[in-house]
Design a protein around this ligand. Structure first.
Ligand SMILES: Nc1ncnc2c1ncn2[C@@H]1O[C@H](COP(=O)(O)OP(=O)(O)O)[C@@H](O)[C@H]1O
Ligand SMILES: [Mg+2]
Ligand SMILES: [Zn+2]
Length: 277
């Protein structure tokens, strides 16, 4: 298997930061706030590979830096240090951390998709569900009205949103349905890389289960490489072949999901697994 993404040393610090930030924070210290300068080390030295067609899980408690990693990879924020090489396609690998705004937007529109925990971050509530998908298709360079309408309705069918609701606004949909529309929108450009940040958190269990099934099916059918971020071990167990465990902005453990769950090495992972039993 070939890597689609090579992440090395990703670091993001909120605040002015000082020489002591990294040594004075982290899992051994037990916090992410630098005692010298007060800055927050949201993530530090995060390195991993994502393989083609793989679902990689990132698990950790609230505030451990999971969304920070996703936001950096989607180029919504800037890293203080580190790189992330996206492979695939005809071009040579692209360093996501080295792109300017216009380049970042183009790459995102063509090759990446994101699904947020909060659908308000991923959907435009002023336009219809179909319009949300159409907007993304237009940005990625697809221009024919009939094509766009057809692709949008196919995607809604695929994500099990009633096509009869295509012209309804996202605000009129249930939470689970809004996530399906977000997924349809993210998939519309057939991205190489899909980032999912707590996409089922807060939904009813039965709705969660159906959305997780949908994600698995899509991955099997389309072979999209995905990073799934969650604080829920159940989600990791179901979706991810490999898992990274984060605490206070650092990766404290990584490996095959089964191994991480059955034989956790780090005390923090042991605690996570024990509390989920
Ligand atoms: N804009 C910000 N300013 C200051 N601190 C932030 C900001 N965004 C996130 N943080 C902090 O960075 C840390 C990691 O946050 P986040 O990546 O959202 O964690 P997670 O997604 O694992 O819950 C947390 O301590 C959070 O409070
Ligand atoms: Mg988060
Ligand atoms: Zn500091």
């Amino acid at each position: 298997m070939k890597p689609i993404l090579d992440v090395k040393g990703l670091t993001r610090i909120h605040g002015k930061s000082c020489d002591g930030c990294l040594a004075a924070t982290g899992p051994k210290v037990g916090g992410n706030q630098c005692p010298h300068c007060g800055s927050i080390v949201a993530c530090a030295d995060v390195s991993f590979q994502l393989m083609e067609g793989e679902i990689l899980g990132i698990i950790g408690e609230s505030g451990s830096g999971k969304s920070t990693v996703i936001r950096l990879l989607y180029m919504l924020d800037q890293a203080l240090a580190g790189g992330a090489l996206l492979h695939g396609g005809e071009e040579s690998a692209i360093d996501l951390m080295a792109l300017n705004r216009a380049q970042a937007r183009q790459l995102r529109d063509r090759h990446m998709g994101i699904v947020h925990q909060n659908p308000r971050l991923g959907l435009n509530y002023q336009i219809s569900a179909g319009g949300n998908i159409a907007e993304r298709l237009l940005m990625s360079g697809n221009r024919r009205y009939h094509d766009i309408r057809r692709i949008a309705s196919e995607l809604l069918v695929r994500t099990e949103v009633p096509v009869s609701r295509m012209d309804d606004f996202p605000g009129t949909f249930s939470g689970g349905m809004q996530q399906r529309v977000q997924i349809a929108k993210a998939l519309s450009t057939r991205p190489r890389l899909l980032l999912l940040d707590e996409v089922t958190t807060g939904l009813d269990l039965s709705v969660q289960a159906r959305i997780l099934d949908l994600i698995l099916e899509l991955q099997r059918e389309l072979g999209i490489s995905m990073i799934v971020v969650t604080h829920d071990l159940g989600v990791i167990r179901l979706l991810a072949s490999r898992t990274l465990v984060m605490k206070t902005g650092r990766i404290v453990e990584s490996g095959l999901t089964d191994q991480v769950l059955q034989d956790p090495q780090h005390a923090y992972t042991q605690q996570l697994v024990a509390s989920a039993l």
